[in-house]
Design a protein. Sequence first.
Length: 318
Amino acid sequence: MTSQHDPQDGKPRVPENPDLAGLTLPQRRSKEISLAEAGAIIAGKKVLSLAGSQIVNSPMALIREAIRAGASGLTVIPAIDASMAIDLMIAAGVIDTLIVSYIGFETLGLAPAFRHAAETKAITIIEADEPFIVHGTRAAAAGLPFIPVRGIYEATDLPKLNPMLKTVVDPYTGETVTTIPPLKSDICILHAQEVDPFGNAQLWAGNQQELDKAKAAETVIISAERIVSVDKSRLDPRKVTIPGHLVDAVVHAPFGAHPTMSAGFYVADDAHMKAYVDAVRKGRQEDYLDTFVRGPRSHTDYLDAVGIERLTALMREV
């Protein structure tokens, strides 16, 4: 029997393939780009989706950079329970149409920019709920024309408010069921805790929608607290939330979720979000935007504006 191990070191030997003799195999290319490059890509798209959960793993650095890059007229498919990420984009005037399930600040109350935009009809709102966003994303991820549901909308007025909800007759039972259309996006942006240069990302918190959101998008950009080697991703592939073949670009953005939390790295900055909410409620959102969004020329400048002492304090509370 021929040994399958190298006699020098005992490691498994890769059999030689004569068909590959003399050929130079292509090497994988790193997908890492700068935050400024990512912002320009996002600003050039029209339908944006994002995940995260309220104040967890929101891709805030990517959002701020997209605003600085001139993003406008966006149709946004948010997380099923959104907060600062969406409200900031509304305050900055970059959203045209928004699918809405929930947008709020939990203990801080309603989302002020969203509330004002809804009351003044400054943006187009598509009334939705969690099943609409979840199943619509799954339909897009699977390439389906729609997903049929029953027992959800029969007792609500939501179909009267959302023209995207339609009915069909089940060809097997003759029963009328409601259909949810695919929610496909031009670009999906996510924030992860770790990602390797080839896009294999680990998200340590969220609402389990991240993978479907990535599959439902034409382009996927992931920011992360740290860039790790692909060897580290291979140590336990089960921890990889988003496989690299779905990802187009990765960005190194420490504190990239601030002021929301990044699991295992820092907690949410409640004081910062309260300052934002108070400013918008008092009609001073431009002051906040000038200080923390449009004023800083880079993510580093933003972190300087927040302050190193504040950031390190958030790390101590994890």
